[in-house]
Design a protein around this ligand. Structure first.
Ligand code: RIB
Ligand code: CA
Length: 316
């Protein structure tokens, strides 16, 4: 049974691999892409989403532009040192042929989900602002969305933006709090697992030999990421982050998960932290407003080699 998905994204180099992985997987039907600020400004995120769909031969899939800033705060700006000025490793592609639809991202999500209740899953791989706006526009989507599988958060490990927060959650903690409190089927593919699944230089080198337009594009953009990874990580291995959300949807048996009551910190030094209630404490979770009736599924570990090999089977 093909699962219909809407990918909400800030492409972004790792977003690119996730989008291509989803498009190459017959188990998933990408019914639309919505853009959001994050790795790049939202205008560029939209242009990149259009470009990527055209490279993949899916220029017919609609793109809806989303939020240019978080719900309550200013946009902290792009991260060109990780994704390039163009969000694609500074290869500076020509403009896309197509353009975004007239609806904004929240309107697009609400119109698609309400027209197909129970059939469409949301796959956010950037800050959660569009998802929160869609919930504010039509709260019922919490019951109409099939499931939410997001890349973001850090439950039992440090963040990557700061010791507390992972980048997507830190991008809009208020939106993340709304999304994690909506009571829907939500799975968090966070740093707990994405920091354990790395692609090696040897595996990356394989893209150079593929004749596929998507693989050739990946081959052009990954060197920029590897340059950053070699400095930041001190070794030529690449975190895939967003692709692991797609991998989880395709091969859930390769992953270890736990159900936890989860709460997003929106104030103080821990702002953006995704706290999980893992064990019996001195007080019950309800005393600290943890929702025990709607726990989140938190992905903790993976059979990394098999995850990577499955991904390469689809992308090469
Ligand atoms: O923390 C990793 C996440 O932040 C990924 O989605 C990456 O694309 C950036 O948006
Ligand atoms: Ca992303």
């Amino acid at each position: 049974m093909t699962e219909k998905i809407i990918i909400d994204t800030d492409p972004g180099i790792d977003d690119t691999l996730a989008i291509f992985y989803a498009l190459e997987s017959k188990e998933l039907e990408v019914v639309g892409i919505t853009s959001v600020f994050g790795n790049v400004h939202v205008d560029l995120a939209t242009q990149n989403a259009l470009r990527l769909l055209e490279i993949a031969g899916h220029g017919d899939i609609p793109v809806a532009q989303g939020a240019e800033k978080p719900l309550d705060t200013a946009y902290i700006g792009p991260i060109p040192h990780i994704h390039g000025e163009d969000g694609q490793g500074n290869i500076f592609l020509p403009p896309p042929a197509g353009k975004a639809v007239d609806q904004n991202a929240a309107e697009f999500i609400v119109s698609q989900v309400s027209a197909h209740p129970g059939e469409i899953s949301l796959v956010p791989i950037g800050p959660l602002t569009n998802i929160a706006l869609a919930l504010q526009l039509r709260p019922q989507i919490a019951h109409e969305v099939k499931r939410v599988v997001l890349m973001g958060g850090a439950a039992l490990v440090p963040g990557n933006t700061n010791p507390a927060a992972e980048a997507n959650i830190y991008g809009d903690p208020e939106a993340a709090d709304i999304v994690f409190s909506a009571g829907w089927d939500i799975t968090m593919v966070g740093l707990d697992v994405t920091h354990k699944v790395l692609m090696s230089q040897k595996q990356i080198d394989k893209f150079a030999n593929s004749q596929k337009a998507t693989a050739q594009h990946i081959n052009k953009i990954l060197p920029f990421s590897m340059a950053f990874a070699s400095i930041a990580l001190g070794k030529p291995e690449l975190y895939l982050h967003d692709s692991i959300a797609i991998a989880y949807m395709l091969h859930p048996s390769l992953f270890e998960v736990q159900q936890y009551p989860l709460k997003v910190a929106t104030r103080g030094i821990g702002r953006g932290k995704t706290w999980v209630w893992t064990q019996t404490m001195d007080f019950p979770p309800e005393k600290f407003n943890f929702d025990t009736k709607h726990p989140a599924t938190v992905v903790l570990n993976a059979d990394s080699d098999t995850v990577i090999n499955n991904m390469l089977d689809r992308l090469l």
